[in-house]
Write a protein that binds this ligand. Sequence first.
Ligand SMILES: NC(=O)c1ccc[n+]([C@@H]2O[C@H](COP(=O)([O-])OP(=O)(O)OC[C@H]3O[C@@H](n4cnc5c(N)ncnc54)[C@H](OP(=O)(O)O)[C@@H]3O)[C@@H](O)[C@H]2O)c1
Length: 266
Amino acid sequence: MKMPAIGLGTFRLQGQTVIDSVLAGLELGYRHIDTAQIYGNETEIGLALRQSGLAREALFVTTKIWTANLAASALLDSLQASRDALGLERLDLTLIHWPSPGDEISVAESMEALALAQQRGLTRMIGVSNFPISHLRQALDVVGAGAIANQQIEIHPFLQNRKVRAFCQQMAIPVTAYMPLAYGKVMQDPVMQALADKHACSPARVALAWLLEQGYTVIPSSTRRENLEANLMAADLHLDDDDRVAIAALDRNERLASPDFAPAWD
Ligand SMILES: NC(=O)c1ccc[n+]([C@@H]2O[C@H](COP(=O)([O-])OP(=O)(O)OC[C@H]3O[C@@H](n4cnc5c(N)ncnc54)[C@H](OP(=O)(O)O)[C@@H]3O)[C@@H](O)[C@H]2O)c1
């Protein structure tokens, strides 16, 4: 199964909230769920997947290896634990969540371990997240072009991340845009609101349509059924060149996810 272009984000969602969000999403037609070891919700997501009654082959599930598990000695065991928590025989996609803080563990060590996990059947595909170009080059050196099934990075109208996107395109690495709604900021922006008024829809839908038309996967999160439903319909909205020019002008390098251990960004 290919990665569905619209997935369901689950960062910050815990306990019954994440179960309800994932169950509602699956009922509405989401088939792609994005989690991570650090989100602390893999067990609850596993419960929701089973409760949905959907066949395993109908689902696409991604997790991400946390920075504490990037050493070769830890990565496979941690992925086995994720797989067990999710109740899956194997993940569809497993990403290195962030480069190792201060490059303490080399990209080569983690990518080799991830490729071994793939060979052993723990995950169907492998990829990376929050990798600047320098780290992407190192990952490509280890596993080769074509083996990196995805790079997940922050992209929304206020952080358009053009350099790393261009590099991914050049290397044919598919990109997933995380925080596609800038964690709600898209809804407060007057330009996005004006575009939404023009198309008689929500600013969220404009932002998602803008990303989807460029070929990116999007993984918005929501705790509300009506928002989950609206986000799933975003691909139906067609933007024009004036809309694209207006959104391009909103880029202000506003990065929302930049912890103190983040790599030097491009
Ligand atoms: N790889 C990484 O390092 C990384 C980092 C951050 C995030 N992620 C992934 O990306 C996913 C998305 O990012 P995010 O959850 O931080 O932020 P987001 O999806 O950009 O924004 C979510 C916020 O937008 C609101 N929202 C959603 N749909 C809406 C709609 N149609 N209308 C109005 N408001 C709407 C939600 O509120 P309601 O709940 O009220 O709808 C929530 O507050 C995460 O959940 C996670 O899976 C990955």
